[in-house]
Structures are given as C-alpha cells and as structure tokens.
Design a protein around this ligand. Structure first.
Ligand code: BGC
Length: 710
C-alpha cells in the first residue's frame, strides 16, 4: 500500500501537531475523522482542539440547518451575500474578480464561524445538460484553472479552508450515486484533471471533496488511483480528502485508499459511520495501521493550523457587509454576456423611451434559495423587475406581464426532468396578456430561461429546449413588437433556433447573485458596458453536442463511457466543423476592438525555452470597455489526433475609447504538449504550430506559425 505522509510546513507546525497526536487516544483520533453532526467533525476538548465546522459553498455560505437533520435551524442571523454562481464567475474571464469572490466567501464563512467552505465546484461541463453545471465553471480546463486558483487563494486568505469538488469525473447528476465513469488516460489528464491539479499545486487548496460516482470500477471515495497515487503522491497534496455527503462505502478500503474524513453517511448513529467504531475495530485487529489514522488526523490538524484555528489572532470575518455586496455587484457586471446586438439596439436610452414591457416569470423571481446544496439564504436579491424599477424610477412606464408559468414535471423515480407543460387555457391567457402588453410598449425585455428546477443538484435536463413553452411566447411577442431583447437566466445553454434570427438582442444573464437585477438594468441602459464571455459553447441543438454524437449520454445509469475523449466543448465543434450557435469565448461589447500586429519573438521555439507573443488591442469605438484577448494553439503536425485548437492563455484588457495596449503571452513547450499514453507523461513533438489570437474560439483575428525544434 502506497501512502504519502504529509510534510509539515514548518518545524513549529510539526512540533505542535505531533505533540497533539502523541497525547491523543485512539478514540479521540477516530472521533476527528468522521462527522458528529451534519456539517461538523469532533474536536478534542481536553487538548483545546475545537469542533471543525464545514459549510456549503460554493457561491455563498449556506443557511444553518439542525445538527442532525436537514431542516433549517430557523435562525435570523444566518443570511449570506449571494455571489454570482460558478458559470457567471467563469464568464468574467477575470482572475482578479475570482480572487475577490474568494475573499468575500472566506470573509463570510469566517463571519459565520466556519472553518471550511465547500467550494469551488470545478467539474468540467461535459454536456449542456448536467444539473450542476451552474455551480461549475467551464468546458475548458485552462479557464477553470485560472479562476479556481485565485478563488481558493481568496478564501484561504481569510483563514478558511477551500474544498475543491467533486474529485473527480462527476460530470452528470443522473445516477450520480451509482454510475461508473470510464475515460481513457489521455482524456483524464488533458481535460478532467488539470483544474484539480492547478487547485492543489498553485492554489494550495487545503481540502478536496471526493465525488459520488465510481471511476474505473471504484467509488471515488475509495479510489486509490485518484486519492493516493495522483492526489497525494503525484501532486503532493497535504490536506484533507473529505467524502461527499453519504458518498463513503467502506471502512478498510476507503481508509487505505486515501479518504481522510467521512461526512454525511446515512446512518442513525454517528458511531455507525464507516470511519467510526468499524475503523477502530479494524485498527485494533491489525487490518489498518494506526499510522494511517494518525496521518488523517495530522492532515486535519495541519489544515486547522494553516487556517489559524489555534491562533488567537485568527480573522473573525464579516458577513452581509456592504463591501461584500459591492463585490457581488462588481463580479456580476463582468459576468453578463451580450450574445447578440443587431443594429446596436442596445444600450437603450431612457430619455427616448416612454414604455417598456417586462415579460417573464424570471423577471420577478428570486433564485438564491434553489439548486440544492448550493442554495443561499440571501440577505437580499434584486430581481430584474426591481432592478429596472430602481433604474427608471417614474420616468419610463414599466408594464409587467408574467407570460408563462413554471410548472415542472419532475420524475423523482428516475431523476429526470421533463420540459414543463401547463394547462392549455392558462398558458394561452398568460401569453395573450403578455402579447397585449408588448403591443402597447416601445420596447420589450423578456426575462426567459431556466430556474433551479432545472439548474439543480441531483437531476439533469433531458432536453436543451426552453421549458414552459417559452419559444412560442417569444415568437408571439415578436409578431407584435420587433424591439425585443431576450435576457436568459440559466446556468446552461438553451436552444434558441425558433426565434434567434428575428430577435435583435440576446443577453446571457446567468444567476448573477444579490445584485443581479441592478446589474441587468445597468447593462440594458448602458451604465455598464458588457464584457462577459461564454465559458462554454452554446450549441444549436442537443444532437450537435459531442457526448450525444459519440453516443454515451447519460449512459444506462450504471456505466458511462466518455467516448468523445478529449473532444469536449469547442475542442469538438471546431475540430469537427459543427457550427455552434455561440462559440466558446464569445461575448459582445457596446464598443469595438481591433486586434493587430501579432509578433513572435522567434519563429523557432526550442524545447524548454519560451517565445514571447505580443499583440496590439485597440478600442476603436466610442465608449470605454473590456475585451478578452484569447490565445489558442493549433498543433499542425501531430502523431496523435488533437483538437483543432486549445486555449493556452487569455487576458482581459480595459481600454478607454481610442486607447491601445500591448498584450503579451509567453509560449512554452508545456503548452504545446499532449499526454502521451506510452510514456505516461506530457510530450511536445517537434514541428509546426500555429498561435491564434481571437475574441472567441471561432473569431480568430490574427495568427502566426512557429516551429518547435531541439
Ligand atoms: C453535494 C455536495 C455538498 C454536500 C453537502 C452533496 O449532496 O454533492 O456538493 O457539498 O452535499 O451539502
């Protein structure tokens, strides 16, 4: 059995921790490595080790629940700032904002007395249907890495441990408690692991949550390959592996494979947990060495030490403070993506408008308290309708019509959602009302999309179409008013084929947190210039998606094979010439940018050297704005099949009208490499490569070839 012991950071730390462990009885050690309530594990009072307090994550601190059941504790001091969800954060393409996000979350967690926050969620968006995509970030491992690292650093700067989840391959919710994932080694290394690797190696995340599913036949919570070989040995992880709630399946196997802390097991007594009496017995009868228990305890004490649990000057944090809400607003401002803006219909000018129709249940609906374990009891959440009222005061008539009613047909027996259909007469009445409202207004702003009946833990969508017959509603409105702006509230892509061509403007608004409504109004009326970019592709239809094309989505519930391999997201669409509706990295602005003068410091790159790429970006429009300059690389000659292009760098640049800036990227051998299954290492092959600079994966503005040589 291979077991990495952690190396304590300083000799003070080592001494302190060893001293505690030396004084502990086996019972005390065992008590620390399994839950003693829904979200805590025991401390050792006589040694001044406090109980360890964990909380969901990932976009706000969860409300308090009872110690021993899932019911809300009914407190009036457990509110949180509702931060924009994972996909929204990813859409900012702004690592500085990810750092700020983490700082807010860490501050709030400390303010609420927590030690560990269960986030970020960084599973890859393998398909557009996964119910938890909204909590996660992207289809691209580099974008995930660049945002997860500062997020974690931000959280941990506040004396709270981050918990990266769900390790690994939890890319669907359908049958998450049963399904076994098969994925080839190259795909694992190139697509599904880099985000986690960056989270531990660069971000130094102190804890990780194992996933519910199996991987190559073993539950992730007892998967020696993932937990010990890769995480602890290869990556040198010194922190704590926490099981997902009720995701532990064994005592000896899990203990030896690398699980450190068992949480949430569905047993009537905490003593019946796998890591409780049964583990003590296994130690006593020699099946598990006590050193393995010591290692787990040492890891917990290490995380406690590094988050200043034993330091009287530990940060005390603050929650629902003004500055936390200001950060939430700032992040949301850069998250919103302008997908389409024909004839510059946006931004709207309030001095020239007498009336707007605001249509859709999502205009008047709050989302914070939905989605499963990530639900937030937000101190407040501004709805889109409130945001517009705040902005327009009495100067513009706002005519609201609900337009559709959410009635979800959710089949609990098989965990699938059907697109909601309601009673025909009622639907018609709501639609007629909305059409009438639209007819009598200058502009129509439609807040459409999904809600947390769809963007929801434990279920996947079965279709990509809009529920509640929203397509028909939008088409009906377009017949009476051409000035239609559709704002989509969702964490996943939806099909738009029935109305996109006739709709002049479309915005992807996500679930953008406490300040969402104010931010949407700012974007619609031009007080904020949109700068969000899609962190995943919007395909035209479900049948176009790689997992669907290659035939294994969502599997039979027991087995799913990732047959599309490395061709996930834009890697597939671009390589197989499948035209997406909106490509990865896409997002418009109210100003225009010109990208020019791509230069390489050398057209030959030697192994282990680097070349510098420089490009000029200019704001050629009339308003200040931000553009995300994206570097993709294409391996022109390769011995293995590789995606047509892969994201290797990006930078968000802020420019005043007329202003130019140089953006620089460094290209090294590592960025050119693929995972070679023969040598089990990343390998870069000699030959031609192309550096592509674009404003999305499809919109390539400049390119230059170079050669990798000895
Ligand atoms: C989820 C985790 C969450 C945990 C605790 C599980 O069902 O998968 O992400 O942190 O519950 O609420």
């Amino acid at each position: 059995m291979k077991m990495t012991q952690i190396n304590a950071q300083t000799s003070d730390e080592t001494k302190f921790i060893n001293n505690l462990i030396n004084q502990m009885t086996l019972d005390e050690k065992i008590s620390m490595i399994h839950a003693n309530s829904k979200f805590t594990s025991a401390g050792v009072e006589r040694l001044n080790i406090p109980e360890w307090k964990l909380s969901d994550g990932p976009h706000g601190v969860r409300e308090e629940i009872n110690r021993d059941d899932w019911d809300p504790a009914g407190l009036d001091n457990d509110f949180a700032t509702y931060l924009p969800v994972g996909t929204a954060l990813a859409a900012t393409w702004n690592p500085d904002l990810a750092l700020e996000f983490g700082q807010v979350l860490g501050r709030e967690a400390r303010g609420r007395g927590k030690d560990v926050i269960l986030g970020p969620g960084i599973n890859i968006h393998r398909t557009p249907l996964c119910g938890r995509n909204f909590e996660y970030m992207s289809e691209d491992p580099l974008l995930i890495s660049k945002l997860a690292v500062p997020y974690i650093q931000g959280v941990q700067s506040q004396d709270v441990a981050a918990c990266v989840k769900h390790f690994a391959l939890n890319n669907q919710e359908y049958e998450r408690f049963r399904v076994n994932v098969e994925v080839d080694e190259r795909t694992l290394r190139e697509i599904y692991l880099p985000g986690f690797e960056a989270a531990f190696i660069e971000g130094k995340s102190l804890t990780v949550m194992s996933a519910y599913n199996k991987f190559r036949g073993d539950w992730c919570s007892e998967n020696e390959y993932l937990l010990t070989d890769i995480l602890k040995n290869e990556w040198g992880f010194e922190g704590v592996v926490i099981s997902d709630w009720d995701g532990t399946h064994s005592t000896v196997k899990a203990a030896k494979a690398g699980l450190d802390l068992e949480m949430g097991t569905n047993k009537s007594s905490y003593n019946d947990y796998y890591f409780a009496d049964a583990l003590k017995e296994a130690v006593e009868n020699g099946e598990v060495a006590e050193e393995i228990i010591n290692d787990k305890v040492r890891r917990i004490l290490t995380v406690m030490y590094r988050t200043n649990v034993f330091n009287k000057d530990r940060s005390t944090g603050e929650f629902v403070s003004d500055r936390n809400f200001e950060s939430a607003r700032k992040i949301a401002e850069e998250a919103v993506v302008l997908l389409k803006n024909e004839n510059s219909i946006l931004p709207l000018n309030k001095t020239q408008i007498k009336s707007i129709a605001v249509i859709g249940e999502n205009a008047d609906r709050k989302h914070a308290y939905g989605g499963g374990s990530s639900a937030i009891k937000a101190k407040y959440e501004i709805t889109p309708l409130e945001g517009l009222k705040n902005k327009l005061g009495g100067s513009v008539n706002i005519n609201y019509a609900q337009g559709y009613k959410s009635t979800t047909l959710f089949n609990w027996s098989d965990g699938r959602i059907d697109t909601g259909k309601s009673d025909a007469d009622y639907v018609k009445r709501l639609r007629d009302e909305a059409v009438e409202t639209a007819k009598n207004s200058d502009y129509v702003i439609m807040f459409m999309g999904l809600n947390h009946d769809f963007d929801m833990e434990s279920v996947d969508r079965t279709e990509m179409t809009l529920p509640y017959e929203q397509d028909a509603l939008i088409k009906g409105i377009l017949e009476v008013n051409k000035n239609v702006i559709v704002v989509l509230i969702s964490g996943q892509p939806v099909e738009m084929n029935e109305w996109i061509n006739n709709t002049p403007a479309v915005i992807q608004g996500w679930y953008s947190g406490s300040e969402a409504g104010n931010v949407f109004a700012d974007i619609l009326f031009g007080d904020v210039n949109p700068s969000g970019k899609l962190p995943f592709t919007f395909p035209k239809k479900l049948e176009d998606t790689p997992a669907f094309k290659f035939g294994d989505i969502p599997g039979d519930g027991l087995e799913v094979e990732y047959k599309e391999g490395v061709f996930v997201g834009y890697r597939y669409y671009d390589s197989f010439n499948v035209e997406p509706l909106f490509p990865f990295g896409h997002g418009l602005s109210y100003t225009e940018f010109e990208i020019s003068d791509l230069k390489l410091s050398n057209d030959k790159l030697q192994i282990d050297e680097e070349i510098v790429l420089e490009v000029n970006v200019k704001n050629t429009g009339k308003s200040a704005g931000k553009e995300v300059v994206q570097l993709y690389i294409n391996d022109v000659e390769s011995s293995v099949e590789r995606p047509n292009k892969e994201l290797k760098g990006f930078e968000k640049v802020s420019l005043a009208p007329g202003e130019s800036k140089k953006v620089e990227f460094r290209i090294n051998t590592k960025q050119l490499s693929f995972y070679d299954i023969e040598t089990r290492k990343f390998k870069a092959e000699h030959g031609k490569f192309t550096a592509l600079i674009g404003t999305s994966s499809k919109d390539i503005k400049q390119k230059k070839e170079f050669i990798l040589t000895d």
